[in-house]
Design a protein around this ligand. Structure first.
Ligand code: HDE
Length: 722
């Protein structure tokens, strides 16, 4: 056997073996993971020896080849091809970051259809309930660069690549159902205005600056979207706890060629939850990777995040019956008028192996659709269909679709050829169609019925740089959104606007914006004006119509049963803590799927009262902050509480959690510590030393004589959305 052949054979065997090994773990029926496997190198295997990129074993890459003598260190030699290769490869490691959505995190998973919709679409993914379609999802922020923090106020991207049997379908959505602009030609403007200002590249990952708000005022069409961006939706607690929306209007086409308009929506099983602004600000510094880690930690703990997949569908006959244009991406289709039909589920169940090759190199394209799914004339979508393909060429090169993470799991056959970094060897003597061998004919010549067909639409109109008349109304839905929020959500919007406009130092900007807010709601405008300066408006040309649509408030979104599953709960202990309570409460939290962390004054063994068997804390008080947890429990024990009372960090932890309206629990003398730590005039957290009942006030759950069972019955649930 020749050396090459033998190596090839060994390579194939080991790929098969590895695929087989993978097959035995949970997710390897996932066709995409199997497809990635031959490109995956297991660096952890013992016996691996370091080589150059051309495969020659390397003796030493820690010392550049030099001329040395006993007395002197001579120059590095340029002839050292091994050193040159190492340095040159390093010099070219970076590729351009995404022009928007640069910071992201990705995971593998699957899509499962529960209810087939053949009457609407011929797509295999919407008809075959026995299929499990592999997917890759990337969540992102929009404005920040690759190294920016996770918990900034921003829209979040929610992009999914479905590796379907009929080709890749990319659904590139956001966690907010509308967009700033109506026409794709405005995209460079809105993004330039939101990104750091050109003269000083400040601020990073923020909309709180003159240019952003200048643009918003000058484009009334942004009004609806900026209200969403100022709401709690723009500071999610977790990527796992936000909705996803396709935003644009797409179409579904059935096998009879009948077309419906559709909007796509994802609703998380865990409900929609947000941080409070103060938490978000602190987390930016305390843990800039908070969302990234949260997703990976949940998947690692096998608490696989899930979303229900829904569609809102409109027939062609109904497209004109609304007071907005259904192709206008600055509008929602109110659910009371166009209900959501949930037909499937998305689950993320596998972390990536390498960030660059998967999350960075994955490339989405709105123009990637499969038979049975189509576009509409939504002018934003039409522009997107050009932009995504184009941007991947400059980010990854013309053969970006051959990269392992991007290539489909079904065959790819055509005569597109060559270009930088082509990876495929095409056998055959021709590279054009038609050819004398009838090689690789297209569906027209083979009469395949599952080829992509564009919907035959008749279009009559005049070529002009205009939008249709209904695109001109910009305020009704901004009012609808604001009216639909609960009182505390409205307060958060007011506070967010006050924060943002405070960062604008050009009076023209904040004065005009206050005027614009009066177009939405006079009291909102007045409350913001009071904080940021400028005249408080006394009247408005657009009185609030008073209408509401409950589904727009995230608090009203009661799609799932509330749960503490996957929430991070801190248990505060110190030497002398009560072991029985500690053990019981930790078991009770774990039984509900929560993740517990023991926090103590030091990360050394902490000993309970009367026992030499200690507990090893996960962290010490200086290492973590309350902001990183959803809830806190103070473990009782006379000596432990004495220590906590003298620990400034522990006191701050409780006060901060209380200020962020998080659930805090305590039993016995832990309650007295809570009361003391909160220590706010007028706030009585109602500890009844005589009672054996559990008392809940201000989200604090206490029981003086109560046991763990009673605390459990008081439902210690995190409430960070409050
Ligand atoms: Fe994007 N957008 N976008 N966008 N977008 C990009 O493509 C663009 C829009 C969205 O995780 C870019 O690969 C235009 C709406 C996500 O890799 C770029 C317009 C929505 C991601 C681009 C829009 C999105 C992108 C930059 C207006 C929600 C990240 C890098 C016409 C439905 C995808 C890239 C990922 C990324 C263009 C508007 C979502 C430049 C021209 C509306 C989630 O092509």
């Amino acid at each position: 056997m020749s050396g090459t052949f033998q190596r090839l054979q060994e390579g194939l065997n080991s790929a098969k073996e590895s695929a087989q090994q993978k097959f035995n773990d949970v997710t390897t029926t996932n066709e995409k993971i199997l497809d990635l496997w031959p490109n995956t190198k297991d660096m952890t295997k013992s016996g691996n020896k370091m080589t150059t990129d051309h495969g020659v074993k390397v003796q030493d890459t820690d010392h550049w080849l030099k001329v040395v003598s006993e007395k002197s260190q001579g120059p590095n030699l340029l002839e050292d091809q091994i050193a040159r290769e190492k340095i040159q490869r390093f010099d070219h490691e970076r590729i351009p970051e995404r022009v928007v959505h640069a910071r992201g995190v990705g995971a593998h998973g699957y899509f499962k259809l529960h209810e087939a919709i053949p009457e609407l679409s011929s797509a295999g993914i919407f008809n075959d309930t026995s299929r499990t379609t592999p997917i890759f999802t990337r969540f992102s922020t929009v404005l920040g660069s690759r190294g920016s923090a996770d918990t900034v106020r921003d829209v979040r991207g929610f992009a999914i690549k479905f590796y379907t049997e009929e080709g890749n379908w990319d659904l590139v959505g956001n966690n907010i159902p509308v967009f700033f602009i109506q026409d794709a030609i405005k995209f460079p403007d809105v993004i330039h205005a939101g990104k750091p200002e050109p003269h000083n590249e400040i601020p990073q990952a923020q909309t709180a600056h003159n240019n952003f708000w200048d643009f918003q005022y000058l484009h009334p069409e942004t009004t609806h979207m900026f209200m969403w961006a100022m709401s709690d939706r723009a500071i999610p607690r977790s990527f796992r706890m936000m909705q996803g929306f396709g935003v644009n209007t797409f179409t579904l086409i059935n096998d009879k060629g009948v077309r419906h308009f559709v909007k796509f929506v994802w609703t998380p099983e865990l409900g929609v939850h947000s941080l409070v602004w103060d938490e978000a600000l602190k987390l930016n510094g305390q843990d800039p990777d908070f969302h990234r880690k949260d997703l990976m930690e949940a998947i690692e703990n096998r608490a696989f995040p899930k979303w229900k997949f829904g569609i809102q569908v409109l027939s062609e006959a109904d497209q004109d019956k609304f007071d907005f244009d259904i192709l206008d991406a600055t509008k929602v289709w109110p659910e009371d008028q166009v209900p959501v039909r949930y037909i499937g589920e998305l689950c993320l169940n596998r972390n990536i192996d390498e960030f660059f090759s998967e999350t960075e190199q994955v490339a989405f394209c709105t123009s990637h659709v499969v038979p049975g799914i189509g576009f509409s004339d939504d002018p934003l979508l039409q522009g997107r269909n050009f932009s995504y393909f184009d941007t991947q060429i400059s980010r990854l090169g013309p053969n970006w679709e051959q990269l392992p993470i991007n290539r489909p799991v079904c065959p790819v056959m055509n005569f597109n050829r060559d270009g930088a970094m082509n990876h495929t060897i095409h056998k055959g003597t021709v590279n054009y169609w038609p050819n004398r061998f009838d090689q690789c004919p297209h569906a027209k010549f083979t009469k395949d019925t599952d080829a992509y067909r564009e919907y035959s639409a008749q279009i009559i109109g005049i070529k002009e740089r205009l939008n249709a008349p209904k695109f001109k109304e910009h305020f009704n839905q901004a009012q609808l959104f604001y009216n639909s929020l609960s009182e505390h959500e409205k307060m958060h919007v007011q506070a967010a606007l006050a924060f943002e406009l405070d960062h604008c130092d050009d009076p023209v900007v904040y004065k005009r914006m206050v005027e614009r807010l009066a177009d939405i709601d006079l009291t909102l405008a007045q409350s913001v004006a009071k904080m940021v300066g400028g005249d408080s408006p006394t009247a408005t040309n657009r009185p609030n119509h008073g209408k509401k649509a409950p589904h727009l408030s995230q608090v009203e979104l009661k799609a799932f049963t509330p749960t503490i599953a996957t929430r991070r709960i801190a248990i505060l202990v110190a030497d002398g803590f009560d072991l029985a309570t500690f053990t019981a409460i930790r078991a009770a939290f774990k039984a509900q799927g929560a993740i517990t962390f023991v926090i103590a004054p030091r990360r050394h063994m902490i000993y309970p009262e009367g026992s030499s068997e200690g507990v090893m804390p996960d962290h010490h008080f200086e290492g973590q902050r309350s902001t990183m947890f959803d809830a806190t429990f103070v473990c009782p024990g006379a000596n432990a509480i004495l220590t906590l009372r003298e620990c400034g960090r522990a006191i701050h932890w409780i006060r901060e959690s209380f200020g962020h309206l998080k659930a805090i629990g305590a039993l016995g003398d832990g309650c007295a510590f809570l009361q003391e730590a909160v220590n706010l005039p007028g706030v009585d957290i109602a500890i009844d030393r005589e009672s054996s009942q559990v008392i809940t006030s201000y989200g604090v759950v206490t029981g003086w004589k109560a046991d763990v069972g009673l605390l459990k019955s008081a439902k210690l649930e995190p409430s960070s959305t409050a």
